[in-house]
Write a protein that binds this ligand. Sequence first.
Ligand code: PAF
Length: 283
Amino acid sequence: MQTARTLELLRNSLSVLRQDGGSIALVPTMGALHEGHLTLVRRARQQADHVVASIFVNPRQFGAGEDLDAYPRQLQRDSELLEAEGVALLWAPAPDQVYPEDYATNISVSGVSEGLCGAERPGHFDGVATVVCKLFNQVMPDMAFFGEKDWQQLAVIRRMARDLDLTRPHVDNIHGVSIVRETDGLAMSSRNTYLSPEAREQAASLPRAMRDAISALAGGGEADQSLGNLQEVLLTSGFDSVDYAELRDADTLAKLETDNGNARLFVAARIGGTRLIDNMPVS
Ligand code: PAF
């Protein structure tokens, strides 16, 4: 596996890959890789001839007071994991390769980026859209893979690709990959490493409470009632607060009062100083 840390090296390595012919998939990450990321890489390998992974902890998607400095950075370990999965090229840019000193451009996607994590983390999705657009333009992949744990992020990226007529990749080639869960159901996340053993155990109540709420909703229950119960369960199970628990249309992300046949449940809640998010289909 080649590793590129400058744009010049990236371009050289990509042109060598392209000489071989075949398709290129991009798997963008911020590192601290877990089984969820490796699942993205495996899916990418099934669908493309060459896989490029990127690791860049993007400062523009962290708000003031968020965990930018504490975010786990473990490039050596990540790079070994990616190599073992058959990744051809690792793009791990130094910050100035993404944001040179006079960098001035922002991409802002309205609509799907509002509400849910957009309400709690102002500017977060601008940062995501901006860096993903840059990564797409730097690598020019035929396809790209993102985890569905960040369902709203995926919706933002697809809308950006559609609205800006991106061709590499085309919106139809931006693929979502199902959430990978621990054996107790907790969605895998780089932030799970922040949890104390006690908080980690309590955190498993999140997917359990979501499944209970989904049974109620799928049985025709009102969102208000089922989501109110869900919040109560989380607070009595050790969560400190619930940022949101909402029923939304899976595609438009419009808020729903009852299951419309395409509903998804979205939750963000805080435990021991860590913010966890999850989402599940209702229909
Ligand atoms: O999901 C992530 O890890 C990040 O938001 C992404 C897509 C790599 C952009 O920095």
